[in-house]
Structures are given as structure tokens and as C-alpha cells.
Write a protein that binds this ligand. Structure first.
Ligand code: CA
Length: 128
């Protein structure tokens, strides 16, 4: 009889361990998917900011016959609101006038990893 009690206790301990393990696994899966979603949201927010800035640059070019000197001058000249000049990772957008290129300017977010060009977001590739 005593032995039976032992196995019962051991079994419930095993059950408890499995449940805890399962909670741990589910928790980390949830964390990973939340993290992935947060990154996706940051990319979307950055793309939206870039749409706004890119079209503000195009409007600026139409009105002034020249490209703005920098994203900041879009703010000082009232084309975009202040506080919209950084991507979702808090980095300034990379902006450059490119008369030699296929487009009048270059507008790039370095993405999550500034050292990895793979996650860069290019304004001209947004709708492709
Ligand atoms: Ca990058």
C-alpha cells in the first residue's frame, strides 16, 4: 500500500514537471511570435513614415525645383511634422540626392540591424 502511494506521488510530480515544461515551451513560443509581430509592426511603421517622407520630398522637388538638403529641412519648411524623421528603431533615415541615379533621391532605413544591408528598407522598393 505504501509503495502505491509513492508511485502516485511520483506520477503527480512528473505531471507537474510536464505541465511546467509545457508552460515554459508555450511561453517561449508566444514570446517569439510576439517578438516577430513587434518587428513586423516596426517595419510597417517605418514603411509608412517613408511613404510620407518620400512623397514630401517629391512635393518639395515640384515646388522648389530642387531636392531638399535633408529630411530635417522638410520639417523646418513645414512639409512633414517634427518627430517623423526617424525610423521605428530610432535611427535617422539615410537620405541622399542622386542626380546621377535612376531616381532623384535615395531614401533608406537601415532597418533593425544597421550593419546588415539585408533588412534595409528602400523607399523605391516599397511597392514592389
Ligand atoms: Ca540593415
Amino acid at each position: 500500500m505504501k509503495r502505491r502511494n509513492y508511485t502516485r506521488r511520483a506520477f503527480s510530480l512528473l505531471e507537474l514537471t510536464l505541465v511546467l515544461l509545457l508552460i515554459g515551451i508555450l511561453g517561449s513560443v508566444a514570446a517569439v511570435s510576439m517578438f516577430g509581430r513587434a518587428e513586423k509592426a516596426k517595419i510597417q511603421a517605418t514603411e509608412m513614415s517613408m511613404e510620407v517622407i518620400g512623397s514630401a520630398i517629391s512635393t518639395y522637388i515640384l515646388e522648389n525645383n530642387m531636392a531638399p538638403a535633408g529630411v530635417q529641412s522638410l520639417v523646418t519648411e513645414g512639409y512633414i511634422q517634427s518627430g517623423k524623421t526617424k525610423d521605428a528603431w530610432g535611427q535617422q533615415f539615410h537620405y541622399r540626392i542622386t542626380p546621377e541615379g535612376p531616381n532623384e533621391f535615395e531614401l533608406i532605413s537601415l532597418g533593425k540591424d544597421p550593419n546588415n544591408p539585408q533588412d534595409d528598407i528602400n523607399y523605391w522598393l516599397l511597392n514592389e
